[in-house]
Every structure is written in C-alpha cells, then in structure tokens.
Write a protein that binds this ligand. Structure first.
Ligand code: BES
Ligand code: ZN
Length: 595
C-alpha cells in the first residue's frame, strides 16, 4: 500500500490511511441524488495534519472529527478525470473523520433508470460502476486500488425496492426500505458497489445464488445453474474462496460491461443469458477475480494486467476443468483473434500494447483495452508452459497466499516470480523473455501457438461455402456458440447483399438470441452497409449498452459518410439509455456532447 504512487489519486495514504468506512446513505429517485454521511476510521502513519481524499461532482456540506467537532477543509482545482482533492484538517491524534455529502445527478458512477428501462417496467432502478476511478463520484474516499478498508453501511431506499452492495446482502425486500450491510474483508474503493431495484433472489447452491428482476429470475437461475460447481472447481485449482458468498446480480441491459467482480455480488449484463449456458465464461471470469484482483490487487491502473491477465488465465482454467480442453482452446483462440485485431488497430509499436503502461495524465479507461487481458493471458500461458503446469499452479497458490488482501505493482510481481524460480530463471528467461513481454510493445515471438482443433473444422466448412456449396448441405451440426462465432468472424470481410441474405436465410443469425452471435453478425452488416439488418441493429443499439458491443458497431458504421450520419442519428436516440462509461466513449467517437 504505502510506497505505490498512484497517478490517478490525489490522496496521501503513505501519510494517513483509511482502514474502515461507515456509510449512511439515502437514495432519492426524484432528485437523482444520494445524500450521505461517511465516517472513515484512519491510521495516521506520519503525524500528518491533513487527510486528502478524492471527490468528483460531490457536494461537501461539512466535515467533523472524532466526537463531532467541525473541521476545516479545502477543495482543490478540478481535473476532468480525477475530479478534485478534498483536503481535511486533522491532528496526529484524530481517529475518525465524518463527511456529509450529496451526489450530483450526473455522477459518472451511477446510472439512474426509469421504470421503462427495466425488465419489470414498474419500478426505477439504480446501479453503480466504480472501477476504475468513479467511486469518488459517489463517496469521498482514497480512490486508489493501493488502499483497502472494511466497511459497513445503512442504506435507505423507497419502499418496494431492494438494496444490494458488494457486501453481505439481504435476500428479501422489507417494508421500510432500510437495509444494512457489512464487509469484513478489506477491499479497495473500486469494488464499492450499490444496486437498487425491484429485485428477487434465487439460491443456486450452498454459497451461490442469483438476484434479478422477477421477469428474468427463472431464466437467470437456469443459465447460472453451474456456478456452485464453478466455485468448487476454482477452489480446487487456486485455493479456498475467501469471500463467503458468491452471488450474481443480473442488471438491466444498459450495464456497460459483461461483468464486474464486485465482491460477494458480481454484476452481470443480461446479454450473457443466452438460454444454453454458452456465455457463462463471463461468470467464471468474475469468479476468478475473487483471487486475481479482489484478493491480490493491482496497485495502480498502470498494472491493470495483473488483475485482468491473471483473471483471463484463471477463467480459461476453470472452463477447461468444466468443459474440457477442446472447449477452452476455442475460447483461447477467439481471444487470440481479439488480440491480433487490437494489435493491428494500435500498430505493433504503440506504447499501450505493452503490459505495463503509463496512464499518468490520462483517463485510466484508455488503458482498458484487450491488451492487458489477452496479451496478459498469453504471457501467463507461456510461463505455465515454461515451468510446467504443476509448478506453475503451486506458484500461483503461493502467490495468492503471499499477497492476499494486498496490492502490488508489476515490479513486485517480477521480483516475487524471479526469486520463486531463481534456480531455473536463466532457462525460463531464455524461453520467455520476461522484460520484453512486460515492457515492450507488440507480441513477442515466444508467444505460445494456439490451435483449436474444432476451429480447423469450421474453416473447412467456410471453404466449402466459398466454393459455392449450398448452405443447407454444410456440416454444421453440433456446433457450439464458439464455433459459430469463428464461422461468422472468418467470413470474408466484404460480402454482397445477396451473400448476406443467403447466409441469414440459412442460419438465422439476425434472429439469434445469443448476443455474441448477433453482435458478430451485425458487425458484418455495418461493415457491408447491409440494409435489411438496419431495424435489428437499431433495436440492438437502443436497448443494449454493453460497450464491447455498441462501440465496434458504431465504429464500423462510421467508416462511410452516410453510415456516420446514421450512427449519429441512432446514437441521439440511444444515448439516454447508456451508462456514462459507454456514453463518454461514444461521445468521443461520434463527436457529440450531451446528445
Ligand atoms: N473488471 C472488469 C470490468 C472493468 C474493467 C470495469 C475496467 C471497469 C474498468 C471485468 O472483470 C471484466 O473484465 N469484464 C469483461 C468480461 C470478460 C473479459 C469475460 C467484460 O465486461 O467484457
Ligand atoms: Zn476482468
């Protein structure tokens, strides 16, 4: 913790550090604000006379110390991404600081949804997304992943709604709308989360369950039926699950990500509910974060690959244990295709294609590309192959044990790895040049080859299709979602309207209930200006806010002048449904501001 200089926080945890936070909040859907009071219990490491917190778009009413005496504070200059420093006068003896605050309706973390934007259509909904540096837009805090604290909270919401947090949670609504939470394991601020809505709960096993609006609950619980088994498998590979419960909350479709690893309560997009459990690797991913990320945390966002690379690696190990090698290989090869595409887009020499990057002075969101995920994965796969799976697994068990409930940076990881394998290090480095992987752009030649046998079959079928074989006669029986994705992605990039129509008539991509398949198809439609897909594309873009889907489609549309106009006109209607994270990426792409 102290020792890491985080370029995305004004706070001074090397001098004074928050150990626990007690929250009291009232959620108001009419004013779209949260009024709150937070008491931070601090440890003053250096006799400092000020505590500096991060805030953005927060009104601070007053601040008191220990037993209630008011103290002076100053709010420093504003930065677009970082917000403002909040400097609070304390003494060497101060033990706690209480801040009375009000959030802004435009708080970037919070999305306020109208009843029409929910599944039930009758009640409003709210959810937060704090990663990377948005916790400060709803709670004044030391908003850096290098600081961890326990917390407890009391939250008041309108009667008829359930409140949930990244903590131990109620499973039922109560009449007065007052809920209490406790998180006894210390967490970094980016894992603070709150959701409020007309939610119901269904158990999936001893330690697992699902929350959703009632129209979604049945579908969600059968989709996630394997989650308890997933946890068993994960524990058998990398040790005990240390967070008590693992529940999944299914959010409305505007949720900007596939999933978010909020401890004890993973947030998930409804677009992973395909009806056949084919997209549950997203849940495996968020579960894997319970070790890499939530237990062992990147010290700064420059070290983000420590969170995501390890998590993708672990996710694929879980999927391999559940569904076999052939299945996991498909996921890995799709990841490799994504990595290649990202490297091509950036160019092989772009600084941001290194694992350790420098985001100082920039929005940390700029570093949240597929590089830390997929290049990180291939780096760890190369290490696994160099040291052998048995020793590698032992290493990871020891690593998670050694750094449990701590944050570290890339250099500390390297030191730990190098001393752990000191005897074999020259050999390992010969096979896997560690520094090149971590600090150089592009993909090293030592990257392990990836070869999904099932995909080679798919390519044969693509060839047959190219040679004019009637789609009805192609051998596609028993294909999984991933084989279909490989098929669609590897169709020629330029397709005539007639070819598009033939494909869709044969395979019904445009009617797919699988969001990944529909997305892959809509990308072709956007790239080829295929007009018959327009109504479906319109519906997709105006109802789904998952950034990974909508951004590439708008980008593809924007390649032509006409498409760019179309993209802007769809976006004007769709924007009110997007979370600020998706909207701000699209504002940049389409040059709009505020719709
Ligand atoms: N922690 C991330 C989501 C995130 C990253 C939020 C950066 C804010 C800033 C989450 O674990 C994640 O990686 N989600 C992926 C899932 C996938 C890789 C299986 C997603 O949302 O697509
Ligand atoms: Zn992740």
């Amino acid at each position: 913790m102290p020792g890491h200089k985080d370029p995305h926080s004004y706070s001074n945890p090397h001098e004074v550090v928050i150990r626990d936070s007690t929250l009291e909040m009232e959620v108001n859907f009419f004013t779209r604000t949260i009024e709150g009071k937070v008491t931070h219990t601090i440890e003053n490491l250096s006799g400092a006379n000020r505590l500096v917190l991060d805030i953005r778009d927060l009104t601070i009413y007053r601040i008191t110390l220990d037993d209630g005496e008011e103290t002076a504070f100053a709010i420093g200059p504003h930065n677009k991404y970082l917000g403002n420093p909040l400097a609070i006068e304390i003494t060497g003896q101060t033990r706690s600081v209480t801040i009375f605050f009000l959030s802004n309706p435009r708080s970037s973390a919070i999305q306020w949804l109208e009843p029409t934007q929910t599944a039930g259509k009758r009640h409003p909904f709210l959810f937060t997304q704090s990663q990377a540096i948005l916790a400060r837009t709803w709670i004044p805090c030391q908003d850096t992943p290098s600081v961890r604290f326990t917390f407890s909270a009391k939250v008041k919401v309108p009667p008829g709604l359930l409140a949930l947090m990244s903590a131990d949670n109620p499973t039922e609504k109560n009449k007065n709308g007052e809920y209490e939470f406790k998180m006894n394991q210390p967490i970094p601020s980016y894992l603070l989360a709150l959701a409020v809505g007309d939610l119901e709960y269904q158990s999936l096993g001893e330690k697992t369950g699902v929350y959703a609006e009632s129209p979604m609950l049945k579908k969600a619980s059968s989709e996630f039926a394997e989650v308890q088994e997933m946890m068993r498998v994960a524990e058998s590979i990398y040790g005990k699950y240390l967070w008590g419960r693992f529940d999944v909350l299914v959010l409305p479709p505007s949720f900007p990500f596939g999933g978010m690893e909020n401890p004890r309560l993973t947030f998930a997009t409804p677009t992973i509910i395909a009806g056949d459990q084919s997209l549950v690797h997203v849940v495996a991913h968020e579960l894997a974060h319970s070790w890499s990320g939530n237990l062992v945390t990147n010290a700064t966002w420059n070290d983000f690959w420590l969170n995501e690379g390890f998590t993708v690696y672990f996710e694929r190990r879980i999927m391999e244990a559940l569904n076999g090698k052939l299945y996991a290989e498909m996921l890995a090869e799709l990841g490799y295709q994504d990595l290649k595409a990202t490297l091509k887009e950036f160019g092989n020499t772009h600084e941001d294609t290194a694992l350790k990057i420098n985001l100082k002075g920039r929005n940390p969101d700029d570093g949240m590309t597929l590089i830390p995920y997929e290049k990180g994965y291939f780096f760890l796969l190369a290490l696994e192959q160099a040291v052998g799976r048995k020793d590698w697994d032992q290493f990871l068990n020891d690593y998670f044990g050694e750094y449990a409930f701590r944050s570290l940076d890339t250099e500390e990881f390297l030191r730990y790895f190098e001393s752990y394998f000191s005897e074999d290090l020259p050999l390992i480095k010969h096979r896997v040049p560690l520094n090149q992987w971590i600090y150089d752009p592009g993909l090293p030649k030592s990257a392990p080859p990836i070869n999904s046998k099932r995909f080679r079959q798919v390519e044969k079928v693509i060839k047959q299709w190219k040679n004019g074989l009637d789609p009805q006669h192609l051998n596609i029986s028993e294909w999984s979602t991933h084989e279909w994705l490989h098929f669609i992605r590897n169709l020629p990039s330029s397709l005539t309207p007639q070819e598009m129509t033939n494909l869709d008539e044969a395979f019904h991509f445009s009617k797919s209930k699988n969001s990944e398949i529909l997305f892959a198809w809509l990308l072709h439609a956007a790239n080829n200006q295929y007009q018959p897909a327009e109504p479906i594309m319109d519906k997709f873009l105006t109802s789904v806010g998952r950034r990974k889907y909508v951004l590439p489609i708008y980008k593809a549309l924007s390649q032509t002048n006409e498409g760019f106009q179309k993209a802007k006109s769809i976006y004007r209607r769709a924007r009110p449904n997007y979370h600020s994270i998706t909207a701000s990426s699209l504002d940049r792409l389409l040059g709009l501001n505020g719709g």
